[in-house]
Design a protein around this ligand. Structure first.
Ligand code: ARG
Length: 290
């Protein structure tokens, strides 16, 4: 070592190699926003006094749908129901794993009829439906990472639903507490990038969590991508990954850069109209796992 020149020393340390990411085909459920509008306010993004453009929402949603088809996903559709403007946010319709669909039980009365509507679809499509005993908003708050289910609480899903999840799926459920009303669902504050569940499997917004939850996240995912406020405020984290392609909000430019550096293929889409309801890419996507 004593004889080593500076050049030798730097050469012994190769540039960090980008991991090779492998896509796996996903099966998802979506709901066309035919009845989308903002007629009530149940999160800080919603302004019922401002106009919305339903046909623009449908066009933007269609782009996301067609992209999923192009990526080789198996895309299923549930019929939108009049009077349920938030039904487009399919992620809240339940949590589906091992062929079992744990139904949603919504926090606010305006969305409560969506619970049974989604459960009917799951039943009709061969899933083993479990009626929820506790308030929960499905994959909005429950995210599978490896063999662990991360479960959000603080604004919507109640903690007893986390115990219900653990009992149904026999998986470890890790409760995380959200503290910023703009990031009221777990899928607005954490993105699952790699379903293998390794130390770099997620991206998150640190300021969205309480101190205890942050400690859990730092310990489990020491190599996580940390997203900045600007990207989080266009719901950049509300994204959907197949392990290689990560569909994100087009305006989340720093997140896009970080994803590229980590070997992912970020693909930006514009869902500005659906952002008026407080939702993005992931909110419009419910993963179906048989
Ligand atoms: N307006 C809806 C609500 O507040 C938006 C839901 C967004 N969905 C999500 N998975 N984060 O309930």
């Amino acid at each position: 070592l004593a004889n080593m020149t500076l050049a030798d020393a730097t050469m012994t340390e190769p540039a960090a190699t980008t991991p090779r990411r492998v896509p796996t085909t996903r099966t998802v459920l979506m709901c066309r926003p035919d009845h989308f509008t903002v007629s009530y306010r149940i999160n800080p993004w919603m302004h019922p006094e401002d106009p919305t453009d339903t046909s623009l929402a449908v066009r933007q949603w269609q782009t996301l749908h067609d992209l999923y088809v192009e990526l080789g996903f198996d895309v299923h559709l549930i019929d939108p129901e009049p009077g349920l403007p938030d039904m487009v946010y399919a992620a809240n319709g339940g949590f589906v794993l091992d062929g079992i669909a744990y139904g949603a039980s919504f926090t606010y009365p305006q969305r409560q009829p969506e619970g049974p509507a989604y459960m009917d679809w799951f039943r009709a499509n061969g899933f083993d439906v479990r009626e929820p005993a506790h308030v929960n908003e499905g994959e909005g708050d429950f995210l599978l990472v490896g063999d662990v289910i991360l479960a959000g609480t603080g604004f919507r899903s109640a903690t007893p639903s986390h115990e219900e999840l653990a009992a149904i799926y026999g998986r470890e459920v890790v409760s995380l507490t959200l503290i910023d009303p703009h990031f009221y669902h777990l899928d607005t504050a954490i993105a699952v990038l790699d379903s293998a569940g390794g130390p770099d499997s997620v991206a998150y917004l640190p300021s969205a969590f309480d101190e205890r939850s942050l400690e859990v996240l730092r310990e489990r995912y020491p190599d996580a991508i940390l997203v900045n406020d600007a990207d989080a405020s266009v719901l950049g984290l509300n994204s959907f990954s197949d392990g290689y392609n990560v569909v994100i909000a087009a305006r989340a430019v720093d997140f896009e850069r970080q994803l590229r550096e980590r070997g992912f293929n970020p693909i930006g889409v514009d869902l500005s109209e659906l952002l008026l309801g407080g939702g993005g890419v992931k909110c419009c996507t419910l993963e179906l796992r048989r």
